[in-house]
Design a protein around this ligand. Structure first.
Ligand code: NAP
Length: 331
């Protein structure tokens, strides 16, 4: 397993994302459930994964509960990251949300607490005041952000008065816009990038195509439009060719590409234990520059630009405002 610095800790370069747990938009309760999720977490531990990502919003708290319970069955030291939803208005609301996450995860402190999305109507200073209190009370080990631009990330750090150790962003072979400013900023400031959707939500598995488009969360993703699925066939073929050289699956080649830079942690989600075992093994694959260039060229026609993130950001921001007005509540 390859390891990456995250704040003052070292974590596996391949982590586990757990949006899938408890989330009906990923088929929870239909084609997978508690038993599968428990096996996924235990397989992750057995495969050397030491970094786990969840969020209060995933399954409206269920993901945190499921992850916390599965981890408690094993006596191992891991880093657990969760996220506060950006409708928490004011420092006290951020602290209260963290306490609820701690209870669901059954942990004494949150190793990494991230702001899930920027909120254009809630001053960042208020949120960072909450983060400051959590650090001072040792309820949080380190602070991160998610879906932040480099400028906003730097501002969050100034407001906190200590390092904001990571930014969780979409980064994969088909979402390379972070290479323009976010990755250079992270390298220069010795911070980490946590790459979400590194498998393009399963597109790289080759399991989906124009005749078989997944439902739920993926039906919102422009990657799964029928046209893109056709264009994805050339990339699938290249991933296969490079994979044969390494006796590896296309998904493993895509993950090995994502963590080539020394400060990127990829957090693929999984619904089956065998998926996690394969994903963890990808950390040991070294791609040559020629192989990387080859798959990058094949992925070029599929790029989702920064614009796409902005569009998604705009949609989420609108949702944040609307849901903020309705006051999100969790159990
Ligand atoms: P992803 O990791 O790119 O894709 C996950 C899907 O890939 C799985 O559900 C599974 O598909 C498939 N998969 C995983 N391993 C596989 C393997 N070895 N072989 C074949 N298929 C495999 O996308 P994601 O779930 O969107 O992102 C990962 C994590 O990032 C999430 O769980 C969450 O923790 C985090 N995230 C954060 C944000 C944010 O705003 N901060 C946004 C999105 C995600 P099937 O379901 O078809 O089996």
């Amino acid at each position: 397993m390859k390891y990456v610095s995250l704040g003052d800790r070292r974590v596996s370069a391949i982590g586990l994302g757990t949006w899938q747990f408890g989330s009906p938009e990923w088929g929870w309760g239909r084609d997978f459930g508690s038993d599968d999720a428990r096996k996924v977490v235990h397989q992750a531990l057995d495969s050397g994964i030491t970094f786990f990502d969840t969020a209060e919003i995933y399954g409206r708290g269920r993901s945190e509960e499921i992850l916390g319970a599965a981890l408690r069955e094993r006596d191992v030291e891991v880093m657990v990251a969760t996220k506060v939803w950006p409708t928490r208005i004011g420092a006290s609301a951020v602290v209260a949300a963290a306490r609820r996450s701690l209870a669901r995860l059954q942990r004494a402190s949150l190793d990494l607490y991230q702001i899930h999305w920027p909120n254009p109507v809630v001053p960042l200073a208020w949120t960072m005041q909450g983060m400051r209190r959590l650090l001072d009370q040792r309820l949080v080990g380190s602070v991160g952000v998610s879906n932040f631009s480099a400028g906003r990330w730097a501002r969050a750090e100034t407001l906190l008065g200590s390092p904001v150790v990571s930014n969780q962003i979409p980064y994969s072979l088909v979402q390379r816009s972070p290479e323009r400013s976010l990755l250079p900023y992270a390298v220069q400031s010795k911070r980490a990038i946590i790459a979400y959707s590194p498998l393009a939500q399963g597109l790289f598995s080759g399991a989906y195509g124009p005749g078989y488009i997944p439902s739920g969360a993926r039906s919102w993703n422009p990657l799964f439009s029928a046209g893109r699925l056709v264009r994805a066939e050339a990339l699938a073929a290249e991933l296969q060719v490079v994979g044969e050289r390494h006796a590896a699956k296309p998904t493993q080649i895509a993950l090995a590409w994502t963590i080539r830079s020394g400060n990127v942690i990829a957090i693929p989600g999984a619904r089956r234990d065998w998926q996690v075992a394969e994903n963890a093994a990808a950390a040991d694959i070294e791609l040559s520059d020629e192989e990387a260039a080859r798959i990058e060229a094949a992925a070029l026609p599929l790029q989702l630009g920064g614009g796409s993130l902005l569009l998604r950001g705009g949609r989420i921001a609108r949702q944040v405002v609307e849901t903020g007005l309705r006051r999100w509540t969790y159990r």
